[in-house]
Write a protein that binds this ligand. Structure first.
Ligand SMILES: [Zn+2]
Length: 273
């Protein structure tokens, strides 16, 4: 009888606890927020005010979220790192100067980490024009990108060198009459150009790519992963499930665009869907 109870106990523990321990805890829910510009003068689909950004971060902390860098997420998935209980990834797209002017002090004050995805050609142009930057319309120069990187609050990601536009192609989309070979060459050339600039101008190495306008296809995913990109960010609004030892789970991650016409509470509620 004792033997029977012992065997029963063993199976109960095996089938109830062990699978949860082995598999359940390896999966992490990861919401990602996508910000763009920070302006106090107007509202819009891609604009938040300083006050809204501050309120968002405070609310996220109150909800128990801890911000993480893309590198920490990658380390976790590739088997070496760990993540906090409720991780969240904060991203900023396009490389606006106001992300440094307004955003960095807010992130520093509240102890938040973020990713910023820059466009190479715009960063080059801003660096060359050399005018005094204005938070209302300027983009980051290479020197300013480096300030963000050195702040310890930002990791820099790739948002194409010169494919963040609607013509001749829509973002990194393939042209209808373009062969796969030609498309591969165009995307690789553009992508490589920003990778080299990042290294040369600000000693940055990244394996994070944010699709311009969220446009992507199967071939672009293959091309970018073959260039060693490990995290690909879309504009599809959904929460992500991250798994250890499952690198494909980082390809085509969903992000929630933070529109200016939502209240902080309305927006944070969306992250739980
Ligand atoms: Zn963009």
């Amino acid at each position: 009888m004792k033997k029977f109870v012992a065997i029963l106990l063993f199976f109960c523990i095996y089938f109830s606890l062990i699978p949860n321990f082995c598999f359940g805890e390896e999966e992490v829910v990861l919401p990602i927020i996508m910000y763009h510009t920070i302006l106090n003068s107007r509202q819009g689909t891609y604009i938040v005010s300083e006050r809204q950004l501050s309120a968002d971060l405070e609310a996220l902390r109150d909800e128990g979220y801890t911000s993480v860098f893309p590198s920490e997420i990658i380390e976790y998935v590739y088997g070496n790192g760990s993540l906090p209980k409720k991780p969240i990834l904060i991203t900023f797209d396009d490389g606006y100067y106001n992300n440094l002017y307004y955003g960095l002090p807010i992130l520093q004050k509240q102890g938040f980490k973020a990713n910023i995805n820059i466009i190479g050609k715009i960063t080059d142009d801003e660096t060359e024009n050399g005018e005094n930057p204005n938070p209302n319309y300027s983009y980051l120069s290479w020197e300013e990108v480096k300030i963000l990187k050195d702040s310890g609050n930002f990791e820099i990601g790739h948002h194409s060198y010169d494919m963040h536009k609607y013509e001749p192609r829509y973002g990194i989309g393939q042209l209808w009459n373009e062969s796969d070979e030609d498309y591969k060459k165009s995307l690789e050339t553009d992508t490589e150009k920003l990778l080299l600039k990042m290294q040369e101008k600000a000693h940055i190495m990244t394996n994070v790519f944010a699709y311009p306008f969220g446009k992507y296809n199967e071939l672009s995913k293959t091309i970018l992963t073959s260039m060693n990109f490990k995290m690909l960010l879309t504009c599809n609004e959904r929460v992500n499930i991250i798994k250890k030892n499952d690198p494909p789970c980082l390809l085509n991650l969903g992000r929630f665009n933070r529109r200016g016409d939502y209240s902080t509470n309305e927006f944070i509620a969306k992250l739980k869907v």
